[in-house]
Write a protein that binds this ligand. Sequence first.
Ligand SMILES: [Zn+2]
Ligand SMILES: [Zn+2]
Length: 165
Amino acid sequence: MRRKNERLSLDGHSARPPAIAVTSDRAERALSQRGLQFTPLRRQILDMLIEAGRPLGAYDLLARQRERAGKPFAPTQIYRVLDVLQAAGLIHRLATQGTYVVCDHEHAAGETPVFLVCGACGSVAEAASTAVEQEVEAVAAASGFKPIHPVVEVEGRCAACRAGP
Ligand SMILES: [Zn+2]
Ligand SMILES: [Zn+2]
């Protein structure tokens, strides 16, 4: 079953288009490859992250959901869904911020996402690198460590802030 990507408008006035190519099709495909379904709750949480267009924490998601009609989520439900979406490669977790962001790449195997986090404006850009993945694997292997969700976060200044006043 194919559905068009549904983007829910939460507050009716944020029409900012998400710069992020996660679609319902991609989500359904990624989940079904793992024998999982795109349940209404998974869809709702993914939609909220797509709509936000920026990283959100679990409690941001709870607050946004509370603004909507419907049964409130339990925090444990949210974390379970976030784990599933993360395992399916649809979102990434930014450990330093405790937030989750939709993945705007469909990563090839062996690619580590690299997040460029601007400490001035808070923008987060995602890049990906196979060279980083190999280095991370090598460094981890030297300690007998197996990376599961390798993510690199680099704090700095984005191009706009560097060019600013
Ligand atoms: Zn990604
Ligand atoms: Zn910036």
